[in-house]
Design a protein around this ligand. Structure first.
Ligand SMILES: Cc1cc2nc3c(=O)[nH]c(=O)nc-3n(C[C@H](O)[C@H](O)[C@H](O)COP(=O)(O)O)c2cc1C
Length: 341
């Protein structure tokens, strides 16, 4: 019997726990359809960045003003506000098109720069048909006068404001760099988050030694990066309860990775790098791996296996906490470890 892969995430019924994470690939509606055909349970669109919209508006104003000052006929060949399709409009049009092509849930992703922007674009995404929203909280707090508590309070206010502004479910994609993550996670849920996506990957800048320029280049992930979300989902699942959606992201490359995420308590496993490398068909390969693993161990459903290795279930819950620091360091024993590290 083929195991039942159905899962529930953010109150949405998904036919599979494998979700295509937010990348440029999911920005193309036809590719989203291929991801659906390959077995994805949902797709998360790339983030709409409010800065892009603001920069574009500044540029548009500049070009319109410059044109009208210099040429009388400029108004006829520069775009007007009505005809100009900016980043925001294009995003919403692609979202609508994706909804038209796909029957799986389509989750829109937002990274705004201002409190008003979070609320405004969240509403527009809902109106364009998004089944849920993923708020991409990505900051590098470099202001020495800002405390962690202040930053967290601002984030919680944003979550509450978006939650109040829309009726679709809201997930929050977090960074792992909160000093007291469990407390922040509980705060996010109290502020109205229906789920958490763990974790955003921070892309660290490099330096070009010839030009001294900062080089920003995305490096795809390695499966070992899954260990951080695994630990935190295992800890948070019993704390937050079954009603809160938990998504694992970072290092989901194979069916075995999806199994691990589900066992510690994730509702879904999101994959980006593996699909960017292998194309939409990679989802099919991951799905087949997952089904084979479950069938071999006679699991009948995802529901049956989810959370069976969370901190509430394992014999030693501290294995996910500080106790395993010492044990892990002491586990280094032989030169063979070099080969597998
Ligand atoms: C090229 C690229 C673009 C991405 N764009 C976004 C984005 O717009 N919004 C977002 O929340 N995450 C974005 N991500 C992060 C992924 O959704 C995912 O969380 C991260 O890559 C970890 O998953 P992985 O290990 O499967 O790659 C992007 C990742 C890559 C590689």
């Amino acid at each position: 019997m083929t195991p039942d892969l159905a899962t529930r995430y953010l109150g949405l019924d998904l036919r599979s726990p494998i979700v295509a994470s937010s990348t440029p690939m999911t920005g193309d509606p036809a590719t989203c359809r291929l991801l659906e055909d390959a077995g994805a349970g949902a797709v998360v669109l790339p983030s709409l960045f409010e800065e892009e919209i603001l920069n574009e508006e500044i540029e548009l104003n500049r070009s319109l003003d410059a044109g009208t000052e210099q040429f009388g006929e400029a108004l006829s060949y520069f775009p007007t506000y009505d005809t100009f399709k900016g980043t925001g409009d294009r995003y919403l049009a692609r979202l609508e098109k994706t909804k038209g092509l796909c029957s799986i849930p389509v989750i829109a992703s937002l990274n705004a720069a201002t409190p008003g922007g979070w609320v405004r674009y969240a509403r527009l995404m809902q109106d364009a048909g998004a089944d849920a929203l993923e708020l991409n909280l990505y900051h590098v707090v470099a202001d020495p006068s800002m405390t962690g508590a202040e930053r967290e309070a601002t984030d919680l206010e944003l979550i509450a404001a978006v939650h109040a502004a829309v009726s679709i479910p809201v997930a929050v994609k977090l960074s792992p760099y909160y000093s007291a993550l469990a407390g922040f996670a509980a705060g996010a849920v109290a502020a109205g988050a229906d789920g958490l996506v763990l974790f955003n990957r921070f892309y660290q800048p490099d330096l070009d030694l010839e030009t001294f320029d900062v080089v920003n280049k995305v490096a795809l992930s390695h499966p070992s990066e899954l260990r951080l979300p695994l630990r935190w989902i295992a800890i948070l699942r019993p704390q937050l309860g079954a009603g809160v959606g938990l998504a694992a992201t970072s290092g989901i490359h194979s069916g075995a990775d999806v199994v691990k995420a589900l066992l510690v308590g994730a509702d879904v496993a999101m994959t980006a790098s593996a699909v960017l490398r292998g194309g939409p068909e990679q989802v099919r390969a991951i799905r087949e791996d997952l089904v084979a693993w479950m069938a071999e161990r006679e699991y009948e459903s995802v529901a049956q296996m989810r959370g069976s290795a969370s901190a509430a279930q394992v014999a030693d819950p501290t294995a996910f906490e500080r106790a395993n620091y010492m044990a892990t360091l002491h586990s280094w024993s032989t030169p063979q470890d070099l080969a597998t590290s």
